[in-house]
Ligand binder design. Structure first.
Ligand code: ZN
Length: 316
């Protein structure tokens, strides 16, 4: 069994036209294609990232369960609000999950700067729509340690749902990475010891060691390795030895790190780096892969990463 704790569904109306235009600019430059071609041929592939399409990808990759989410980018001045309200976006994601209740688990994606409206939305999403947590993308322009967000964290504790917060310097313009430094999530973890926090992307390559230190003293903080396809593919030897040592880390407070790291793919945004099937196989075959580089991994470590940790931590 494999559990993917980070994937996205996407719909054209989830983000504004200006947002999609930024996305198209990025791909046009990367692929050396005119922007119109990207708009007409590539973006529609993202727009069709619904549950039916995603479940086929999951099946092909041998993924049994996945957490799915939208992202609230509506408050970014450069791109503005989408056609759908943040409530409509989250309702859509939850409805998509309802079509595959054994496979898909929704989160409620919201920008905490929405204040009381965000809290109301979380309450509704959790109590009525089956959301199992909250998703933050601070790169939209906020630091999670802002005291104005404390009531939202209190609500999460009251509802018993975790906060998944993006922590990595991998995000395209106009979003900014400085807000995603895990140190700001550390402050939240310190103030709210009963709030379960998932460090999305495990800090990426930039901040992974910062995440490791945070986790050794914050028993309520966990991590997931989506986004690390980049490191695994681009700097395989380095990444394998890094993750080897990270798994070895004891904690000063809480469970050792080997019990607190989960698997994720961030579908569909990283398939150009590594498809979900290849990423699953990479982690599944860690013992063999490691051997090629003289690094030892056990089957149990691969199993914990792929399934057992997520199953325990997030009750999946
Ligand atoms: Zn993501």
């Amino acid at each position: 069994m494999v559990i993917n704790v980070h994937a996205h569904l996407a719909h054209k109306d989830m983000w504004s036209d200006a947002f999609w235009s930024f996305t198209a600019d990025g791909y046009a430059k990367t692929l050396g294609l005119p922007k119109e071609v990207v708009m007409e041929q590539l973006l529609p592939q993202f727009w069709s990232s619904n549950a039916d399409v995603f479940v086929k990808v999951m099946d092909a990759a041998g993924i049994d369960k996945a957490i799915i989410t939208g992202v609230d980018f509506g408050l970014m001045p450069e791109t503005g609000e989408a056609k759908w309200s943040v409530e409509e976006m989250n309702r859509w994601v939850a409805k998509q999950a309802d079509e595959y209740p054994d496979k898909l688990v929704p989160l409620c994606a919201v920008d905490p700067r929405r204040g009381e409206r965000a809290i109301k939305l979380i309450e509704k999403a959790v109590e009525e729509w089956g959301a199992k947590g909250v998703k933050f993308h601070p790169t939209a322009g906020y630091y999670p340690d802002n005291p104005a967000f404390y009531p939202l964290y209190e609500k999460c504790v009251e509802l018993g749902v975790p906060l998944h917060s993006h922590t990595a310097a991998i995000i395209s313009a106009p979003m900014e990475s400085k807000y995603a430094d895990p140190i700001y999530v550390d402050s939240v973890a310190a103030k709210f010891p009963d709030l379960k926090i998932v460090l999305v992307h495990f800090g990426g390559l930039t901040w992974i060691l910062k995440c490791v230190e945070i986790m050794t003293v914050r028993p309520n903080v966990y991590a997931e390795i989506s986004g690390h396809q980049l490191g695994a593919r681009g700097m395989t030897r380095y990444w394998l030895s890094l993750i080897r040592d990270v798994i070895n880390m004891p904690a000063i407070l809480g469970r050792p790190l080997k019990d607190r790291i989960m698997f994720g793919t961030d579908w569909p945004y990283l398939v150009s780096v590594m498809g979900d099937d290849a990423w699953v196989n990479f982690i599944k075959s860690l013992p063999q892969k490691g051997k090629e580089y003289g690094i030892e991994f056990t089957e149990e470590e691969a199993r914990k990463l792929l399934k057992e940790n997520a199953s325990k931590i997030l009750s999946l």
